[in-house]
Design a protein around this ligand. Structure first.
Ligand SMILES: [Zn+2]
Length: 455
């Protein structure tokens, strides 16, 4: 298998166009009808929703009216699995997908932002769909066969781990699976030994490498840093730090599982993630509170819902929430690449409301990072009550930078407070900590300290 077996240039160029809407409609209607006739679970699901005649659904609008959106896919799935349990999780998932357990070739799980793993099961067809989606992102950023990728996401049982390695191999891109578990010594020595040209990792791991080994990071001479798994690579201050630290462009990426593919372009000013899998995944926006559809227009903000138009790993559930609140941009991007774009604002479960103002930990991270080296960049949001509602002021613990004097701290806190007030419309209360007080994580960054759990 090689790149050309997965990449379809015609389909790539159709992303985000009017023509694509008709392709989506046809694929959705055909999938609903074929699933209804071949999949016992899906038939039961339709009956539960009171759908008597699947052939009466002819448009995406009909589809939305017939199927309610699923905001909590994890609990909806757990409830459903309980009802149809077939003795084991893989057997039950296979039944749900209308296949047999032996059709699965790979099983893994994403760590999930809540810490509860979400299992994923892949058939050969699902792996092919992932490579198809991913081929468009790597095409857009010019990551072609001939490059050597050092893979530094967590490898073990992680969505962007082995499945990502498998996808790169299919696309003919050489990959070195060091993994985040390998630690930075292995990352440096193997990258030098094998001549890696590109690194894949989380933004917090990229920052960790820059913070601890700035010279060695620069000396690697990478052509590109590819980040995902967290929103950091879309935050201007974090982008600047990673691009300056590595001395090369930074791509922000999202998706992979289910063939979803969102990649940022190389414009100086971050333009969001170009969505390149309209023919594989149907996207919609809904209001995070009422779950009512929001028109998909330039600048619209909402919780995004997805429906797989191909494959099985997302299950057969239509209109499930990915748990993110995003802003979409439908006007063509200045870079000339196809696809509508989106900027992730934050997770629905990370969302904080400080006196009605919506704030995300990633936004606070952006402001704090802008004050490095006077701060280390590490901080925690202290919550005295469960989110999302926060009684002002929002409490932060922030590490001051090496060499910063105690007497300088009140003025620095005041300065940070002013920037937060201008950018985020909140005035935080800052408690200062000495450098290296907070625990460092090489995995997903956790910004929240749940003080209310300790009470
Ligand atoms: Zn662009």
């Amino acid at each position: 298998m090689a790149f050309g077996d997965y990449f379809d240039e015609k389909m790539y160029k159709l992303q985000g166009t009017e023509e694509m809407k008709e392709i989506q409609r046809k694929k959705l209607i055909s999938r609903l009808n074929s699933s209804y006739s071949s999949n016992e679970f899906f038939r039961g699901y339709c009956q539960d929703k009171g759908i008597k005649d699947i052939s009466s659904i002819k448009t995406i609008e009909d589809f939305r009216k017939a199927f309610p959106s699923v905001s909590e896919p994890r609990s909806a799935m757990a409830e459903m699995l309980g009802k149809i349990w077939k003795g084991s999780l893989p057997d039950t998932m296979a039944y749900l997908a209308g296949i047999s357990k032996k059709d699965y070739t790979l099983m893994c799980a994403t760590s999930g932002t809540t810490g509860v793993p979400t299992p994923y099961f892949f058939t050969e067809d699902d792996l092919r769909i992932m490579a198809k989606g991913m081929s468009r992102g790597v095409w857009m950023c010019g990551l072609m066969p001939g490059e050597t990728v050092v893979h530094a996401f967590a490898l073990s049982m992680f969505g962007a781990g082995v499945p990502m390695v498998e996808t790169l191999i299919r696309l003919g891109i050489t990959v070195m699976p060091v993994g985040a578990e390998g630690g930075k010594e292995k990352l440096f020595s193997f990258s030098e030994m094998f001549g890696a040209t590109v690194i894949f990792c989380t933004p917090s791991y990229a920052e960790h490498l820059i913070d601890t080994e700035p010279e060695r990071v620069k000396a690697l001479g990478f052509k590109r840093v590819m980040c995902g798994g967290e929103p950091g690579a879309g935050i201007p201050e974090v982008r600047k730090k990673i691009q300056d630290g590595f001395g090369c462009p930074l791509t922000d990426a999202m998706g992979l599982i289910g063939g979803m593919c969102l990649f940022s372009c190389d414009l100086d000013e971050y333009a969001g993630l170009h969505h390149l899998s309209d023919d594989i995944i149907l996207f919609e926006l809904v209001d995070p509170d009422s779950k009512e559809p929001i028109p998909f227009e330039d600048g619209a903000v909402g919780e995004f819902m997805i429906t797989a138009l191909e494959g099985n790993p997302l299950g057969m559930l239509p209109r499930i929430s990915a748990g993110d609140v995003v802003q979409v941009f439908t006007e063509p991007c200045k870079c000339g690449n196809p696809g509508w774009r989106m900027k992730v604002q934050g997770r629905t479960d990370d969302m904080l409301k400080v006196k009605g103002v919506i704030v995300y930990p990633s936004h606070i991270d952006g402001v704090i990072t802008g004050f490095v080296p006077r701060v280390t960049g590490e901080f925690r949001i202290i919550l005295d009550t469960p989110p999302p509602r926060v009684e002002p002021p929002l409490k932060l613990k922030v590490e001051y930078g090496e060499g910063v004097k105690q007497e300088e701290l009140p003025a620095l806190a005041d300065e940070i407070g002013k920037v937060m007030h201008n950018k985020l419309r909140i005035r935080p209360q800052i408690e200062w900590l000495a450098p290296m007080t907070l625990e460092r994580s090489e995995m997903k960054t956790r910004f929240i300290e749940k003080a209310y759990e300790k009470k």
